[in-house]
Structures are given as structure tokens and as C-alpha cells.
Design a protein around this ligand. Sequence first.
Ligand code: SF4
Length: 423
Amino acid sequence: MCYAIPGKVTAIEGKTVSVDYFGEQKKAINEIVNLKVGDYIYAQGGYVIQTVPEKEAIEVLETWKELFFELRETDVRLSRRPAEETGVSKTFSLILDKAAEGRELSKEELIALLKTENPAELDQLYKTANFLRQKHLSNSCCVHGIIEFSNYCKNDCVYCGIRRSNSILNRYRMTDEEILAAVAEAVEKHGFKALVLQSGEDPEFTIERLAGLIKEIKKRHAVLLFVSVGEVGEDGLNKLYAAGARGLLMRFETSDSLLYSNIHCGDELEERLSDLRAAYQMGYLVVTGGLIGLPGQKDESLLNDVLLTKELKAEMYSFGPVLPDGPKTDLVLKVLAISRLIDPKNAKIVVTTGFETLDPDARRKGLLAGANSVMLNVTPLKYRQLYNIYPKRAHEQETIEEQIRTTLDLLYSLGRAPTDLGI
Ligand code: SF4
């Protein structure tokens, strides 16, 4: 989706550049040599990914300008926080007032938010999260694409449909040419500026092969690349970063080490966390989070998951329900809203495909409860339904064009701009 808005470089200080978007100043990391003040650029995830010729930039800005401000007005209108709501307890209201004022909430207060089932209180919680999202991050909503290139996995996680022991699943592995063609279609035809390359832990895709693919993609296209291929260790992360990957999508699934070990066949949570911490240190944008609705999962544990996501300095929070017997929609929305309350100024919070599978209206509900990111599935249709991590996944049969159309309709109706302006 060609949804980055060109920005004008106004200052360069080492690797950090200041960028002007319609009068608003943002920061981005630059890796392009010879970039000068006055150049126009596209940035994604806080990285400059491409310079844009001035004439082209001015044309794009002209077409965007009016829409940009119209959308912002709609968003401001939809994200107002009503002063008082009937049916909301005084204590609950005071906690939300405190969050809205930017004060940190205690664990007890956050648990009280997570425990409520009262519809009026839930409504107030979601509105507060949406208010904070608008206040700090305005109306930009990142739209990334995801290509699922192999459904082979050497692991056997109990909750996952592509686990090794699922012998009835038809397995596929895209060839390097097919992956490059899918990337080309997403970037050049549909204008995606950020893509996730995802697979199970497939031994056929060695680090060397993945690094080769990433280098080739970076040579051909201006795109921010995330990898989501499971645990590859520090050495693997270093090699993929050197090849050009700048994002890592890997959930820790749960902050409860015993629960983690149970669902991950005895693996150690600490090993996964150590990869995530190392990735952040290397400069990766980290996308992480957990599963909602694991058997035996307590509210305290879910809250710890959100707090751990913040501690890991996640660029994007990714929380999805365990499927097919997922939790209630409101539990997922509460986790999204609380994520926003805990990390109001920085978090990108994605409405996951899992949530969309649980509730067909999840995207709208999530975006109105603090979320500001969506991912479109740009895997070729013939493979998409085989990436069966849970049954009947949302968007399994939709073409990329259909997904873009419905996403834009929804974003525009909510006053959101499908852009990633960074912070
Ligand atoms: S959750 Fe990930 S690592 Fe576990 S079986 Fe599924 S794809 Fe493999």
C-alpha cells in the first residue's frame, strides 16, 4: 500500500534525521549515504527507507494534504473522552482519569481494569485508550504486509496448527523465486513499504539462505523488512541484520515460564527472551507479545505479559487469542487497551489476524480501543490457506486488492491515515 507520506529532511545529526510532515517534526534513523537537508524521503518504523524525487514528493503531498487534515478531524472527533459515564464506579473512573492525565498506574489498578466485565466500564476503558492513542500518536496507522513462505516447522508447540506432529497438514515451501515475486508484487504493485517474512522454524531455510534472500530483496526494493522465523540465536540475528533485516517479529507467548515450557515442549522462556533482548540491542525493531486465553492463564499473568512487552522495548505489541476456542472479544480488547495505557506514547499495537478470526469486527473494535496497526496477508492465495496455524483464518481467501480496499474503507471511516510517520 503506498501509504508512506513523503517527509522533508530538516536536520541531520549523525544517523538521526528530523523530518517534516505537514508541519509536524518526526525523527528517523538514516542509513542512506549522501542524504541532505531538503531531501524528501519515505520512512517506515522510524527508518529512512528511500529518497523521493522532489517533483514526485510534491505531487504526492498535494494529493494527500486535504485528505490528511480531513481524516485527522474525524479521528479527533471519534476519540474524545466523555467526562462522565453512568454505570462506571467512582474508583474505576478515577483510575482512568489518572491514566488519561499521563500518570503511571499501579499493578493493582491495572488488574482492576483487566478484571472488569461491566459494559459501561469496558466502554470507558476503550475510549480512554483511544483518547491516549490519538493524543500521543495522532491518526497514523501502520499497514504492513506479511508473506508466509513455509509452513514447515521442526517444533511441536501444542497450540499451533503447523506443529511438526500435525501429519494431516499439507506442507508447502515457497521457492526463492516465488518469495521474490511475492515481495515484488507487494512492494511495486501494491506499494507496501514494510513487509514481514514469516515461516515455521524450517531447517531448509538456513540463516545463509535467508540472509541471501534478504540481501536480494534489499537490492531490488526500498522496503523495511521484518523476519519472523522463530529463534535463530544471536549469531543468526546478527547475520540477518547485516543482510538488511531491521525488524524481528517473535512473540514470547507468555511471561509465565512454567506455562511457556508446557506449551513449548519444555523450552526455556529465558532463551527466547534473550534473543528478543539481543535483537533490540542490535538495532532491530522488536514486535512481540503473547497469547490470550491459554489454559491456566491468570489475569496477573496476562498483565505481566503486557509489562514484559514494554520492558522488552517493543516497537509493536502483538497479542492474539488462542484459537479455535479463543477467549471473549472483550478480554482481547482489554489487553489492547491496557497496552495503550501502559505505553501510551510509543506503542504500535497491532490488531492481529487471530483476533480478526475470533471476531469479524475486531479491526474496528481494536482500532477504537488503543490499537494503531494492521497487517495484510500478501502470501500468494494458493499457499495462504495452508499456513493453518489455526482453522478458518481471517482473510484466507481475500485477494490483496480486496484486503486493501476494505482496510482503507475502514481506516478512512475512523479518520485514520494508513501511514507510519514514526515518533
Ligand atoms: S508456534 Fe511457531 S515454533 Fe511453535 S510449532 Fe508453530 S510455527 Fe513452530
